[in-house]
Write a protein that binds this ligand. Sequence first.
Ligand code: MG
Length: 372
Amino acid sequence: MAAGRPKQFITLAGEPILLRTIKTFISTGLFESILITSPASHLEQTQRMLAENGLQNRCMILEGGQMRQDSVKIGLDALPKGTHYVMVHDGVRPLVSQQIIKNCLAMAKESGAAITAIPMQDTIKSIRNHYISHTIDRQNLWRAQTPQAASVNLLQQAYSLAAEKDFIATDESSLLELLNCQISIVKGSEENIKITVKEDLKMAENFLRQETGQLRIGHGYDAHRLVEKRKLILGGVDIPHAKGLLGHSDADAVVHALCDALLGALGEGDIGQHFPDSAPKYKDIDSLKLLAEVMKIAQAKHCHVNNADLTIIAQKPKLASFLPQMQKNLAKICQVDNAAINLKATTTEEMGFTGRQEGISCHCVALLVSEP
Ligand code: MG
């Protein structure tokens, strides 16, 4: 792939391919031990990657052999005594699902050996001298994937026989076939691709994006003037202060900034478009109600809030003690955990309109996820 490093260390959605693969296997809770064979040149890097992710005690790293078959043999020989079943998987098939792993192991336990495969969709041509010689009936053709699982005993026999016959294969089932034993097929998936060329990485990224939904970011900014005889309401919290913010609604600049960030992420313009300050029904309205309206728009567009980060700029009053309540108010309406809403307050060291206490402003960025 000309990436200057082995494929297993290339990152897919921010995570090395091999790490994603290992995590999926661990998350099934089915495995006593996980053995990884690595080229000698990358043993250290593999070790470091596992340690950085707290997985060094879950996996054993072995120096692999010349060919795939040699590496699997090394792994097979290193299995802890008393291991009954073994599953072999390509480190560069990071999109394998828990379900496929479970199905494959269950089937191997039933019949002794099972592999993951998918039916052939394309029409297959046999070629001779650059011309088609004939078409192969695809009815009974399946493409082998991994994982492939078998009883340890059976796979060891297969490897011994292959060594005797000098037989080299590209997957475990080809060796098992030497034993004439029954090997079951478990349906894999088109997503369980082996990342071999650049295009595969693109495809894997697309599959992941479909799974996690599309991310949409938005930014919001609001400022209101501080005047006498107005309540100071920020993030839905009534804050004791000599002055309050002037506006058509309750002038809650924090909620307004959040609303604008959400509307921005939704591609829905801004708060003024949706709740015009010429409309009497919004006079002195609790801005949390406007936020609830914005969330309805998000829901109609099948979007939910991933997180939001807000910075309130005010010289006075001190806001730190009110932030937790603001966080609760906003998180509740956004239907997220409190931790998904981050609030900060800063002064501008008496510079500018906020510094001179003429007003209070707020910035917000919000990330939405649109459901696939
Ligand atoms: Mg406003």
